[in-house]
Design a protein around this ligand. Structure first.
Ligand code: PLP
Length: 393
């Protein structure tokens, strides 16, 4: 046992290989920095990997969610239902579009939005639903699709955690009308900043592409490739939300690594599951045979009543042992902005709040060594076991 560690273990460690580094250097040498041939290649590879009809690379998942709503005509006067147990970006994107976020509580076992709560939250102004595949475990998409189609709602998946996840034979993110992936530095496919929108309908995909880049009908690279000058004309008031070739250079190789990354995480996941089985923790719910979990986050729920300590005390203990951890998430309705603008308060979404107050995510990455994983296990045993009378090694 080597805790406290000499060197802190970061919560999120991107696994960047030589192929990524070489491709970025080649991009810099190519002279084409922004949206160009590598973005086109990344989009094609991503569409193939997920069997998506269309894929549009964007600057971030947040931007992707925003322009998906705008491109689908969602705006002022509309309500969009989403999970309170998500990153604030999901709700912010709804606000950016001019619509009103409405939250629906989650399944207490998985933390994913409960389709029955969605149905109960539908009103005359409801225009869309954004389920979030929390930690990389796909939501109950069959039920959500049924609810969405029964009420004529747009279904946009927040697939920020779900690259590589699948649900009954379909890739997460390709089940609804659109799916938005994140390639932020801590995500399993990391390009620093970046995102991808997968889209079923060709016309919606075209509009999302327009909205991602000032409403310009053609990308600069495509015009350049023709070898003649053509004026740039804007078809609608789009945003600046395009991906650069430097980001795509990383993404192409990160995507190629994804299957191995998930395999490595499954190994760590099993180790954690075994090591923590007798601790006062609720471990990630097992997944059914027909669901592929992308293993983005290994999140546990601490039985705080049982150990007589708060989650934040456990977090502090882990940090004192120099083990990084994350919280996914503080429920969005309890953030100051949503308390003030949307009347968010305790008691509204008990399942999300129960998880939000007790959850903790542990380091999970192919970049971890066996010793790192041993340190995490020892630190968790000490942090949650110390006052519960559990004997630590
Ligand atoms: C990371 C994240 C986002 C935002 O992704 P960006 O690419 O950083 O904009 C959205 N939703 C969830 C659930 C996330 O974890």
């Amino acid at each position: 046992m080597t805790i406290p560690r000499d060197e802190p273990l970061a919560f999120g460690t991107p696994a960047i290989g030589e192929a990524e580094i070489d491709e970025v250097v080649a991009t810099l040498r190519s002279g084409w920095l922004t949206t160009g041939p590598r973005v086109a290649r990344f989009e094609a590879l991503f569409a193939r990997r997920t069997a998506a009809e269309h894929a549009v690379a964007v600057a971030s998942c947040t931007g992707g969610l925003h322009i998906s709503l705008v491109a689908a005509g969602i705006g002022p006067g509309d309500e969009v239902i989403t999970s309170p147990l998500t990153f604030c970006a999901t709700a912010h994107a709804i606000v950016h579009a001019g619509a009103r976020p409405v939250f629906a509580d989650v399944d207490p076992r998985t933390g994913n939005i409960d389709p029955r709560a969605v149905e109960a939250a539908i009103g005359p102004r409801t225009a869309a639903v954004i389920p979030v595949h929390l930690a990389g475990r796909p939501c109950e998409m069959d039920e959500l699709e049924t609810v969405a189609s029964r009420h004529g709602l747009l279904l946009v998946e927040d697939a920020a955690h779900a690259a590589g996840a699948s649900y009954r034979g379909r890739s997460a993110g390709t089940i609804g009308d659109a799916g938005c992936f994140s390639f932020y530095a801590t995500k399993s496919v990391a390009t620093g900043e970046g995102g991808m929108v997968t889209v079923r309908d060709g016309e919606l995909a075209d509009r999302i592409r327009l909205y991602a880049h000032h409403g310009l009908g053609e990308r600069t690279y495509d015009r350049d490739a023709e070898g003649t000058y053509r004026h740039q004309v804007s078809l609608l008031p789009g945003f600046k939300c395009n991906m650069t070739d430097v980001q795509a250079a990383l993404g192409i190789h990160q995507l190629a690594r994804l299957a191995d990354e998930i395999d490595a995480r499954i190994g760590i996941w099993r180790r954690y599951d075994e090591a923590f089985a007798d601790l006062p923790l609720d471990l990630p719910a097992p997944v059914p045979e027909d669901v592929g979990h992308s293993r983005h986050l290994y999140s546990v729920t601490i039985r705080t009543e049982e150990i007589g300590r708060t989650r934040d005390q456990v977090l502090a203990e882990l940090y004192a042992l120099r083990i990084g951890a994350g919280v996914h998430f503080t429920p969005v309705h309890l953030h100051p902005y949503y308390r003030e603008s949307a009347g968010g308060r305790e008691g509204q979404f008990p399942n999300a709040e129960r998880i939000g107050a007790r959850t903790l995510s542990l380091p999970l990455s192919s970049a971890l060594t066996e010793e790192d994983v041993d340190d995490v296990v020892a630190a968790v045993e000490q942090a949650v076991g110390a006052t519960a009378g559990v004997v630590t090694r």
